[in-house]
Design a protein around this ligand. Structure first.
Ligand code: ZN
Length: 111
């Protein structure tokens, strides 16, 4: 899929903030990063506005979504076309990340 097809499929709406944008303000984001083997197939790409994409930065998707519950809620609602295996991987990473965070709160690092 090319960029225009991805934006059209997603109704020009960012999966992280849920707002609609003109194509010039949109980017294509990979659920599984390309550097980790993710491809450009329709089930691995989502529409993200430039602002959300730059806020996400180099964080893993699960870390970004744990930091921003609003983005997680939008993603759950809008990223319906993402491959189930990627969603399962994400769910696992969310659970693991949540557990790490809870543990870090209970056990402050030793000095
Ligand atoms: Zn956005």
């Amino acid at each position: 899929m090319n960029r225009e097809e991805i934006f059209a499929r997603d109704d020009w709406r960012c999966v992280y903030c849920g707002e609609q944008f003109p194509p010039a303000s949109l980017t294509v984001d990979h659920v599984q990063p390309q550097m980790r083997g993710g491809d450009n197939s329709g089930g691995n790409v989502v529409t993200a506005c430039a602002s959300c994409n730059s806020r996400k930065g180099h964080r893993r998707l699960a870390e970004f979504l744990l930091d921003e519950p609003g983005a997680l809620a939008s993603f759950r609602q809008l990223a319906r076309h993402v491959w189930p295996r990627h969603l399962r991987t994400l769910d696992d990473a969310l659970v693991a990340g949540q557990r790490r965070r809870e543990q870090a709160q209970r056990e402050p690092p030793m000095r």
